[in-house]
Design a protein around this ligand. Sequence first.
Ligand SMILES: Cc1cc2nc3c(=O)[nH]c(=O)nc-3n(C[C@H](O)[C@H](O)[C@H](O)COP(=O)(O)OP(=O)(O)OC[C@H]3O[C@@H](n4cnc5c(N)ncnc54)[C@H](O)[C@@H]3O)c2cc1C
Length: 159
Amino acid sequence: MPDTIYNVAIIGGGPGGYSAAFRAGQLGLKTCLIEKDDKLGGTCLHVGCIPTKALLFNAEIYDHLKDAELYGIDGLGAGKLNWKNIQDRKTKIVAKHTKGLDFLVRKNKVDRVLGFARVRRGVTGADGLPARRLRQPRRNRNPVGFGCPLGEFERPTVQ
Ligand SMILES: Cc1cc2nc3c(=O)[nH]c(=O)nc-3n(C[C@H](O)[C@H](O)[C@H](O)COP(=O)(O)OP(=O)(O)OC[C@H]3O[C@@H](n4cnc5c(N)ncnc54)[C@H](O)[C@@H]3O)c2cc1C
């Protein structure tokens, strides 16, 4: 099978996409994961679940520390928030998980494609089955052309 023909092509490297890609890879399917951003993780890792929970934990600690004496801890004084350190901690957590996803992509033998995928009608795959054609955005002068039931591309940008 040529390198550019896939059993499964998945659009979007958020939790939905990367979980599906890892599972497909584990099942032995030749899989590519197309993500428009240069980092995997999607909304959850970069905007939603993870950063918000990291920040909420800072707030929780701060809230408890305000009542330190009530819990029998004296001498802490009035705490002051250090926004830079709070942001740095959050950024480190996100970066660690992003690296973890990069590792899992390699471990599960998923090909990563950097680009904006589009599903188009009316293209027939190499095996004659109805196919979908996906391309990178117009601003990219080297469009990725896909054809095949679930993905064949001519010029991958794999990281
Ligand atoms: C503030 C906030 C807090 C949240 N907190 C929680 C929480 O605590 N727990 C929880 O379970 N959920 C939480 N969520 C919801 C969670 O983030 C989403 O349910 C989850 O991210 C959905 O995953 P997904 O893979 O479907 O989509 P996304 O995470 O949105 O990923 C989609 C990915 O696809 C890429 N993409 C889109 N279109 C294309 C294209 N055409 N070509 C290539 N790539 C493309 C995007 O760049 C993105 O990386 C929160 C959401 C927000 C906004």
